[in-house]
Write a protein that binds this ligand. Structure first.
Ligand code: ADP
Ligand code: MG
Length: 255
């Protein structure tokens, strides 16, 4: 192909917004010629490159939009550290069917037992499956809801949250909310009931949730909705963080 043809082709692909094809067409053409492939096969390969680049960009965009505090995946999670946790059950959740079925997941347990780690890993898995995910700490979500309400933007925020397939609400129980804040969070949870999935982590047993939601009636109503169709994992093992730091200290002593 003449040089100016390359230039024209590159310009056309750019105008058509096909950057992966623009980057790959020369190499793939050489390969197609060497393998004696037909035009259609070449075109197929070329379009596949663009399709897969777009899919991977879309996953990256969903992961960015999810706003995870850090990226943690299952490959770095040591299931043997939490013997009470069923690895097959957790990996089953990673397939994402529970989100399609609009059910919930709760990780309940003491600090440092890997609740946030698992919540992020499940969120990442959902992003890779094309689902919209948002990660919030309960405190940040309530603050955001309260601010939206003050600015008469609550409906807009609720509609935005409604579009999220999986809402992760981390660290419920570390902070207690004002009555108004608790009511707003209740509204988000109740709105999602049987329509969208929630993943909640908490250091508090359900019996203590009255402290967060102030008032037994609201707590009971909330728990009723949250736990109706819900996988609940209790993770009361020793703190992973604590165990790691003890290990390091012991390691240092024996040096
Ligand atoms: P929690 O949310 O329950 O307080 P985290 O998920 O934040 O705990 O875990 C605390 C730290 O320990 C994180 O860095 C996390 O990646 C790590 N961690 C916790 N449990 C495990 C585990 N079973 N395997 C690997 N890392 C773990
Ligand atoms: Mg946590």
């Amino acid at each position: 192909m003449a040089d100016n043809h390359y230039l024209l082709l590159r310009a056309n692909l750019k105008q058509l917004k096909l950057p992966a094809m623009a980057a790959e067409f020369e190499k793939l053409a050489r390969e197609a010629a060497a393998a004696n492939e037909g035009y259609e096969q070449y075109l197929l390969r070329l379009t596949e490159v663009e399709v897969s680049a777009r899919a991977s960009n879309a996953v990256q965009a969903r992961i960015r939009a999810a706003d995870f505090p850090v990226v943690k995946d299952f490959d770095t999670f040591d299931f043997t550290a939490v013997p009470a946790l069923s690895k097959p059950k957790v990996l089953e959740l990673a397939r994402g069917e529970w989100i399609e079925q609009r059910t919930n997941t709760c990780f309940i347990g003491s600090p440092g037992t890997g609740k946030t780690h698992l919540a992020i890993a499940l969120g990442l898995a959902a992003c890779r499956q094309g689902k919209r995910v948002e990660f919030w700490t309960a405190g940040a979500l309530v603050t955001k809801l309260e601010a939206a309400q003050k600015q008469y933007q609550l409906d807009r925020l609720l509609a935005q949250l409604d579009r999220i397939d999986l809402l992760i609400c981390d660290e419920l129980g570390y902070l207690s909310f004002s009555r108004a804040g608790a009511e707003l969070l209740f509204q988000v949870f109740a709105d999602r009931y049987e329509r969208r999935s929630l993943l909640v982590t908490s250091n508090l047993a359900f019996s203590d949730w009255g402290q967060i939601f102030q008032g037994e009636r609201m707590t009971a109503a909330l728990l009723d909705r949250l736990t109706h169709r819900c996988q609940i994992f209790e993770m009361n093992s020793e703190s992973f963080r604590f165990r790691e730091s003890m290990k390091n200290k012991k390691g240092k002593k024996s040096d």
